[in-house]
Design a protein around this ligand. Structure first.
Ligand SMILES: NCCCC(=O)O
Length: 816
């Protein structure tokens, strides 16, 4: 049959696995029927054909759980819609707990599921056995059952999606390799194949483990690596087809029924990376040699759970490489490096479970320029500089693979690929007992052990209070009563410069940044729904120059948001200067006294009030001092060119002793900000939350006649009211451990979940934040008039609600 590739298309999807077909299916449904899918070989022939096909839904993020719930809804109806079998069955998913800590984790997961509206039942060992009679239960403490989880046949479901896409008008071409892209002035122009050129507006790369190398050709970073993954398929031995899927995380294994037999696989602690240099040519419908020796560790675990496996024939030990990512989450969105280049890849163990929802979200992103809701945990912009290095990515990814089923401890840190990015203060802080955490490769002090008391600077994980609880309490007290230095060198810092810098930033920022030189403004940056895309501070350091400071983890995302939103006709350039400055945050009531000791500059409240930026000298170093705080005390962020960082630090520490100056870390910051009610982007606020809903309306320039992105949405909310409002929750029992995601009950009715939680040492209480939701509308009175409880690990704990900061609501300490 002869065929002709079209000359033009709105979108070209590259890759005919389940993700590409789902994306094409949804593009078609959204009316982008002028979409072409190109598959270099045959549909499913890359990775999809050997995926195991379990479909679990629960994740730690409400939106990703919702996305996976969408997959289930789609798979339920796809067969009827397309007339093709999908192998979908909603046989439910069991998850076992074999020790008390795991049982706590499972109970907390059950609370999370409840928060997100997903049914998850807690079962006794006997009840679990009744559902899954092939297993031994002697070591079981309990189990959880998700009745709406299920399984599908990966290849069949992909073909059904492809058929659905074709029905909508999408063209699918197999045996069509993409040779290159045509790019003009930073934008995609066309896709090049051996059979011709397809001019297009958007490219969507869903090429599985081929995505990293392909994207790299165009300067786009897709941090994934191929890892060998094995599972067995047994002969049929009468396993009923309605047997639920089973995950036995303490034994690192999963199971599903298949043609009367069992599929069993697992996530070994010593995974094997594959195709380190390049994926071999012609690798399609190809599996790797079975590695019995390596699989033995998984088999042994499985035999302990399912003794029948001892006597049943194994049809195949299947070894298929799959793409995994450094944080175990998939990768979605428009590449920050190249306009109109979209990616859906790196699906780890969840390709089949995620494909329905991921394809839907990606298609919306492609057609509307933004995802249907906040997808930060999977957003391609969550990565940063270390993720460009394939060796680093591989190391971290292998760690993530090995931890796929291990306990997900609260506050758990990665251990591989460290130390990577170090502040100039790193060695000094380490010598003084710093226990470091890591973000985007940066080593950051989380807390300081008292080395004189033989405390060990090492986290010991548990679901209760962890070993650092007292140490962080000491640091918190020093913040509130004396002074501390936080090494916040990892902050992302940008300069926006040019004759239109003020006009551009005024459009992007929702607070008023058109202030005199020397002003410092806390602001959000909003999308058209009024959702908070960025939450940061901007300092006007010259007439045409702003210095912008944002969180470590948001470096790529925030840079991308600001750069994209500079109106085309304006002259303003954004430059990342993160590596140029160290940040020593001097915080606490004695901060001014410490500073006065080391600088000749006038740092009095009159000369240097809150919300200002000054350049001051410290021992010959030009220091940009920002009068700002995230802990609710008098404070100065000292931004120091890196070569001066140790000098400034040493001088401060030497002269600060008399004022009680000590080191402190990020966990003390978290405790203090919870008391003060400062919001955290990524948990309390984000693209789905507006400043009005988040209680940040005071930071929006709505009374000024200045246009800004998102203004219309904010005006509408101020007129019509909101349907959710961020509140602060304090359990009556101060020993409650809040971690986030606990369910909020108002007058006995589920109204939301905590977006963050922790402990406030000055108050001596646990503190959580979360949105109170009501489709009929939420006023302050509505929030404050309820009687509240929190569900913590499936236990109801009475609590009080507040809308005002718990600590220093008058701002006297901050502004004094
Ligand atoms: N690809 C295997 C899936 C395992 C799991 O869903 O936990």
């Amino acid at each position: 049959m002869t065929r002709q590739l079209p000359k033009t298309a709105k979108a070209v999807v590259i890759g005919g696995g389940i993700i590409g077909c789902s994306t094409a299916y949804h593009l078609g449904k959204l009316g982008w029927t002028d979409t072409v899918l190109l598959e270099r070989k045959k549909l499913t022939s890359g990775t999809t054909f050997h995926a195991a096909g379990l479909v679990g839904q629960l994740r730690t993020s409400a939106n990703i759980t919702q996305l996976l719930g969408y997959s289930v809804d789609l798979y339920k109806r796809l067969e009827a819609e397309t007339g093709l079998g999908t192998g979908w069955k909603m046989n439910g998913g069991l998850r076992l707990a074999c020790n008390e800590e795991r049982w706590t984790e499972v109970k907390r997961q059950a609370t999370t599921a409840q928060s997100f509206g997903l049914e998850m039942q807690l079962l006794t060992p006997q009840e679990a056995f009744d559902l899954w009679p092939l297993m031994t239960t002697d070591d079981l403490v309990g189990a959880a059952f998700l009745p709406t989880d299920g399984q599908a046949n990966p290849s069949d479901i992909t073909q059904a999606l492809a058929k659905g896409a074709r029905i909508s008008g999408v063209s699918i071409f197999e045996d069509t390799e993409v040779l290159g892209l045509e790019i003009d002035r930073g934008k995609i122009r066309a896709v090049i194949t051996a059979e011709g050129r397809i001019e297009c507006e958007r490219v969507v790369v869903c090429a599985g483990q081929w995505s990293r190398a392909f994207a790299a050709r165009f300067g786009v970073n897709v941090p994934l690596v191929s890892v060998e993954h094995q599972y067995i398929i047994t002969e049929s031995f009468g396993v009923p087809s309605n047997l639920p899927t089973l995950r036995d995380p303490d034994r690192l294994t999963y199971y599903k029924e298949e043609v009367g037999g069992i599929v069993m696989g697992g996530y070994e602690p010593n995974p094997i990376a594959w195709a380190k240099d390049a994926i071999p040519e012609g690798f399609h419908y190809t599996l790797l040699d079975s590695n019995f020796e390596h699989f033995e560790q998984i088999m042994e675990q499985a035999l302990g759970r399912v003794p029948a496996l001892e006597n049943v024939g194994v049809k195949q030990l299947l070894n298929g490489p799959e793409s995994f990512t450094p944080d175990g989450n998939f990768i979605l969105g428009e590449a920050p490096e190249l306009k109109n280049f979209f990616v859906g890849a790196g699906f780890n163990a969840f390709g089949i479970a995620s494909a329905g929802g991921a394809g839907m979200a990606l298609a919306e992103w492609v057609t509307k320029g933004e995802p249907p809701y906040d997808l930060w945990p999977v957003d391609i912009r969550r990565f940063g500089r270390p993720h460009f290095d394939t060796d680093w990515v591989r190391t971290r990814t292998l760690e993530a693979y090995g931890k796929h089923y291990t306990m997900a401890w609260p506050f758990e840190e990665h251990s591989s690929g460290r130390p990577c990015r170090k502040s100039p203060l790193y060695d000094r802080l380490k010598a003084q007992g710093a226990c470091f955490g890591e973000k985007l490769g940066w080593e950051r002090p989380n807390w300081f052990a008292d080395l004189f008391a033989n405390e060990e600077p090492r986290d010991m994980y548990s679901y209760g209070r962890q070993n650092w609880f007292e140490a962080v309490g000491r640091e918190h007290k020093a913040v509130r009563e004396a002074a501390v230095i936080f090494d916040q060198t990892s902050f992302a810092k940008f300069v926006l410069k040019g004759r239109d810098a003020e006009a551009a930033l005024s459009w992007i920022a929702s607070n008023d940044v058109a202030k005199p030189v020397g002003s410092l403004v806390y602001t959000q940056m909003l999308n058209d729904r009024g959702g908070i895309e960025c939450d940061l501070t901007v300092a006007r350091i010259a007439e045409n120059e702003y210095y912008i400071v944002t969180g470590t983890g948001f470096a790529t995302h925030d840079f991308d948001w600001i750069a994209r939103n500079i109106p085309d006709e304006m002259h303003a350039e954004l430059v990342d200067v993160t590596s140029a400055y160290s940040v020593l945050s001097l915080m606490g009531p004695n901060a001014r006294a410490v500073l006065e000791n080391v600088t000749g500059a006038d740092v009095s409240n009159a000369a240097f009030p809150f919300g200002q930026v000054r350049t001051i000298g410290i021992s010959g170093c030009p220091v940009r001092a920002l009068r700002i705080t995230y802990v609710g005390e008098l404070g100065y962020e000292l931004h120091v060119p890196v070569e001066f960082a140790t000098t400034v630090y040493d001088v401060l520490m030497a002269s600060g002793g008399e004022f009680g100056l000590v080191n402190a870390g990020y966990r003390a910051i978290e405790s203090c900000r919870l008391e003060k009610g400062y919001r955290a982007w990524g948990s309390d606020i984000g693209p789905d939350h507006t400043p009005v809903e988040a209680g940040l309306g005071w930071a929006v320039k709505i009374r000024k006649n200045i246009p800004f992105r998102g203004r219309g949405a904010i005006e509408r909310q101020l007129k019509d009211g909101v349907k959710k409002r961020l509140g602060c929750f304090v359990p009556d029992d101060p020993n409650t451990v809040l971690l986030g995601r606990e369910t909020i009950y108002r007058d006995g009715k589920r109204v939301g979940w905590l977006s963050s939680g922790g402990f406030g040492y000055t108050l001596g209480k646990a503190i959580g934040y979360g949105y109170v939701r009501n489709p009929e509308g939420v006023t302050e009175d509505f929030v404050l008039s309820g009687v509240y409880e929190l569900d913590v690990a499936r236990e109801r704990i009475p609590c009080k609600v507040s809308l005002a900061p718990l600590y220093d609501p008058e701002m006297a300490r901050v502004k004094g």
